[in-house]
Design a protein around this ligand. Structure first.
Ligand SMILES: Nc1ncnc2c1ncn2[C@@H]1O[C@H](COP(=O)(O)OP(=O)(O)OP(=O)(O)O)[C@@H](O)[C@H]1O
Ligand SMILES: [Mg+2]
Length: 224
């Protein structure tokens, strides 16, 4: 019973005109507390859809999800938006496939943005985090003054600033060269090994995927 996430028969249907697309087509999986899992699969296979549901950001069309034993989605019911917001802030750190940085805030302000809503005990030391991600020289810059790779590292730092129990990272190294990818890999491994953070990673990079304890492959909305 040390599963932190338990997904059963998740389906997500989208309608495009008269066509129905099953972005997820019956996905069941358990993720253990402290486990590092990566999701791989071709573009359109449902990785982002799945990770967004596991992260309580999106609801499934059917199926159920338990977080730490608590039912979040089941039989078409979900928690209220206010409750989901509380869970998202308390439990998760997110790195989105598109970084979603605030253009008018500096690097440091973007990284510390989660503190505006909630500063957790166990919040990271921002200076250390910026240094670990090679951003200490960039902390007063605006996102528009950064490279794609730097923006991506800001998004990683922001996801970690509140010391999340579960980190969801959708393509966190998609814009990074191999040296920077290696640095993000080290940050993830340290979080996993030393701090026991549960990590759910989506990546097209085989080297990065292999850092995980388990690699799950999706195709056409199913685990293969
Ligand atoms: N809001 C939406 N409306 C309609 N269809 C959608 C929507 N979001 C996703 N889809 C479709 O669902 C399927 C799965 O998409 P998803 O974004 O989960 O794939 P992915 O594996 O993350 O792909 P990528 O590697 O390109 O990021 C695709 O066919 C996509 O076109
Ligand atoms: Mg995606």
């Amino acid at each position: 019973m040390d599963d932190i996430l338990e997904a059963r028969d998740l389906r997500k249907l989208y309608h495009r005109g008269s066509e129905e697309i099953a972005a997820l087509d019956g996905v069941s999986l358990d993720i253990k507390k402290g486990e590092f899992v990566s999701f791989v699969g071709p573009s359109g296979s449902g990785k982002t859809t799945l990770v967004n549901i596991l992260g309580c950001l999106d609801n499934p069309s059917s199926g159920s999800l338990r977080l730490d034993g608590t039912e979040i989605f089941a039989a078409g019911r979900a928690w209220s938006e206010a409750e989901l917001t509380r869970i998202r802030r308390r439990v998760f750190g997110y790195v989105f496939q598109r970084f979603h940085l605030v253009p008018t805030l500096t690097v440091r302000e973007n990284v510390e943005l989660p503190f505006a809503f909630h500063k957790k005990d166990g919040a990271a030391d921002t200076d250390r985090l910026l240094a670990d991600l090679g951003l200490d020289q960039r902390q007063d810059h605006l996102p528009g003054q950064l490279s794609g790779g730097e923006m991506q590292r800001v998004a990683v730092a922001r996801a970690l600033v509140n010391g999340p129990e579960i980190l969801l990272a959708d393509e966190p190294t998609g814009n990074l060269d191999s040296k920077r990818t290696g640095e993000v890999r080290e940050v993830l491994l340290e979080l996993s090994r030393k701090r026991g953070v549960t990590i759910v990673l989506v990546t097209h990079n085989p080297e990065l995927a292999k850092a995980a304890q388990r690699v799950v492959e999706l195709r056409d909305g199913k685990i293969i």
